[in-house]
Design a protein. Sequence first.
Length: 174
Amino acid sequence: MSIYIMDFVIKLLKPVNNIFKHPKVNTLLLSVVLFSIVYTILDDNNFSGVNVIKEKIKDEVIKQKIETEVKEPKVPTNETFVEAFGDNQYGEVKDAKLEQTIDEATEEAKQDVKEDELISENIEQSFIQRLFNRTYFSFTTATLLGFGDIYPVTNVCKMIVMLQAFITVGLIVF
């Protein structure tokens, strides 16, 4: 009975053994492992889409701060009313002035979020989850799939990704 089980396991593992006879596949797998380690060393701030909960909390806090600043209108005097809404007979709103006010509120809220560091810093992923995410990213980059759910943000990370893609293209071409 045990001979049949061993024979079955050997037949099952035979295709896996054939994979490692191809040097290009070996190089691709090695690059996935090495770049996964490099990506794991990098902080989450180098990627977008890695820690979705942390990013969602920051976005929501920024959104709430903008809403509170926009909802608290300052009572305009006649001069500021004419500046903000124009002096034509139809009272059309000057879009540029309104957009500038919203952009300023957005920037102030983003600065407040960066200064506060919020509670989102308390939401950290475990090392195993980080390694899995980085391996997933490395594999999709090494196979040139690039789904876009996780992508590099900083220039250092982008350069490393370009290096990995260049190695993959080299494997394909040569």
